[in-house]
Write a protein that binds this ligand. Structure first.
Ligand SMILES: [Zn+2]
Length: 423
């Protein structure tokens, strides 16, 4: 047995896999948990939960290393309490070959910061016409696919993809968008487009594609899995939930920013709050929070989308879509779903750990005696200002803002991060 390095006393352990919520003392070795016991003293007020699984992250490599490098992106992940990253393929070149995808995964993992779940393209060049070597990816243990940044355009191609991935329990992660409806759009169609005098993107540009994908999945009779990502419209969530009730294997996620912000943010702040799908009305935001509370949403993902200042500090219509999100994922999500919606913290942590792990088909993170270290120490009451980032970009509407709830320490294999610094 290894030597105990330290004992964390009186921490509230929130472990979704074992459904445990209680105050414990926990003995930490160099690289594992030795024992967990009922706390002997007073609660510290701190929470301990497994490292987060963020299933939607843009690491921008290869091709846009001015926005993010693998190392800077993964450091931002750890600083946010994320120890498993779902890596999106809209790079240049796109992650549409097994060799390139494995090379990027290997390089990313060489930093020893987080696990990486690559999510290569469904179609070559994300063009929506010809499927990538889906079976070849599966032989290398890669079973999640997305053309994110775009939907999988070809209807027949999407059906072929469902048929191909079903035998190995793969999943298509769809960025739902009717591109012809969203083309040229800048912000939400409604108050935001009127106020900013730009072209609007309606919610129907999202939910009509949700409907299309569900229809194609149903017709394929493949039994394949479909995951609908970054949903911004309550109607999209309603359709996804209805399909799952019907027995189709459909899941969905929402982002912290669509839970926390409405279109007033882009009217007030401009391009730093410009994203795709856009921030919606307050009415839609409230409905989405309520739907998460009702269990209609499977997971929360950051959609971390870094951009250098040069692509954001432009007129609203010319600026790039997307905001960074890894470092604010926990604070923002817990604040809205905990404080505003009154959800139990264990249920919120589940949406950020075991639930996305199940969608990605990766090992669920857990905190248990004899297991390797994969955990986050979090102060739910601490107020802090988001003024320093490990990302190469700082395009976040939360940058410079006061937040509640802070990541104190992160262990993944070893202790990696402590009080704002890498160990
Ligand atoms: Zn997307």
């Amino acid at each position: 047995m290894d030597k105990i390095k330290e004992i964390l006393r009186g921490v509230r352990l929130l472990d979704p896999l074992s459904d445990f919520d209680g105050v414990v003392d926990i003995a930490v070795e160099q690289d594992g948990v030795q024992w967990i016991r009922k706390a002997s003293g007073d609660p510290s007020g701190l929470w301990l939960f497994p490292g987060l699984v963020d299933m939607h992250v843009h690491l921008r490599t290869p091709g846009y290393e001015d926005a993010e490098t693998l190392e800077s992106g993964l450091r931002a992940a750890v600083a946010g309490g994320v120890t498993c990253v779902g890596m999106m393929p809209n790079t240049t070149p796109a992650l549409d070959s097994v060799d390139l995808t494995l090379a990027v995964k290997k390089k990313g993992e060489s930093f020893g910061l987080t696990g990486i779940e690559p999510i290569p393209c469904v179609t070559m060049g994300r063009a929506g016409e010809n499927c990538t070597d889906l079976e070849g990816f599966a032989r290398c243990g890669i079973t999640c696919f997305s053309d994110d940044g775009s939907p999988v355009e070809g209807d027949k191609t999407l059906r072929e993809a469902f048929n191909c991935i079903a035998p190995f329990n793969g999943v298509v992660i769809e960025h739902p968008e009717v591109t012809a409806m969203a083309a040229g759009g800048v912000v939400n169609l409604g108050r935001a487009s009127t106020e900013t005098e730009t072209q609007g993107i309606p919610e129907s540009a999202e939910y009509l594609d949700v409907e299309r994908c569900i229809g194609i999945l149903r017709d394929s009779r493949s039994g394949a899995r479909l995951h609908l990502t970054h949903l911004s419209s309550p109607e999209s969530i309603r359709l996804a939930h209805k399909a799952s009730m019907e027995g189709l294997r459909v899941t969905c996620d929402v982002t912290p920013h669509h839970l926390a912000l409405n279109e007033e943010a882009v009217i007030a702040l401009g391009a730093v709050a410009k994203m795709n799908p856009p921030l919606r009305s307050e009415e839609s935001r409230k409905k989405i929070v309520d739907m998460v509370k009702k269990g209609m949403v499977t997971a929360i993902a950051s959609d971390h989308a870094p951009h250098p200042a040069g692509r954001k500090e432009l007129p609203l219509s010319a600026a790039a879509f997307g905001i960074t999100g890894l470092e604010t994922l926990l604070s923002v999500t817990l604040d809205i779903l905990g404080r505003e919606a009154g959800m139990h913290p264990l249920d919120i942590i589940r949406l950020l750990t075991t639930a996305p792990a199940a969608i990605l088909g990766t090992v669920p993170p857990e905190i248990a005696a004899g297991k390797p270290l994969n955990m986050v120490l979090f102060d739910p009451k601490q107020h802090w200002t988001y003024s320093k980032t490990f990302s190469s970009s700082s395009n976040s509407p939360f940058f410079g803002k006061k937040l509640t709830g802070k990541v104190l320490r992160v262990w993944f294999g070893l202790e990696l991060y402590r009080e704002g610094e890498f160990v």
